[in-house]
Design a protein around this ligand. Sequence first.
Ligand SMILES: [Zn+2]
Ligand SMILES: [Zn+2]
Length: 268
Amino acid sequence: MRFVEKKFPFVFGDKGSGRLWPGRTFFQTFKSGFQGWAEVLLDLFLPDECPVCGGTLERGQNFCRECEAELPQIGDRRCAICSQPFPGMEPGDVCASCKETRFNFRRNVSCFSRNEVTFGLIHRLKYNGEGWLARPLGKALAKIVEREGLNEGCAGFVPVPLHPVRERERGYNQADLIAKELGKSFKLPVCRLLRRVIATPKQTVLTRAQRKKNLKNAFVVQNDKKVSGKRWILVDDVFTTGSTLDECARMLRLAGAEDVNAITVCHA
Ligand SMILES: [Zn+2]
Ligand SMILES: [Zn+2]
């Protein structure tokens, strides 16, 4: 457990930065380990806080009303395959980039598009030891999964794995934590069906083709028998070019998965 409290002025702005208190990450992490009656009880003493401004939340809220109104939620006007939002799009339209690419997953559904706030949250989740953020983000994502009916007939959530070395450095895999929240919401299992056997370099500066090459055979399926004939939902934090999810979906399909969809908190 780390007690690092880095300030992200672009996330907190001037509203609420003074409300951060030391140990806050610890208590929110501690809390996220509970569910059911224990969660209700803990809520009385340790109310959830808004991940963006730090304000107190009412029970059942993921963000305070003010911050929620400002989040770039992806609505109907988006690509039917990758979820990239476009203002002029009609439901069912596919973006130019998806017309050229064939993914191994049927579609990706993202909750938010990229802006300073959403990427600030992802950054804190991944690099600031704030695993507790997976809880509000996972719950927000669960709403979208339900809206899209992706959970119907699905056998479980499959987190995109980190390489074991990177996971040890970070202390957790953020995709795993998000998948756990979804599992709780839908009473579906989290199945760690994939293992990352090659630590790929940071992908952010590479083109789609370079990413694809780097990722080739980076994942292996742990249990072919379990995968076969079922429908799975891959879970990750960010959709950038879709290469990572595509390679994961390719491996699940090779192992006989009937159908693979993907869900991500943010669309980059
Ligand atoms: Zn707020
Ligand atoms: Zn698209």
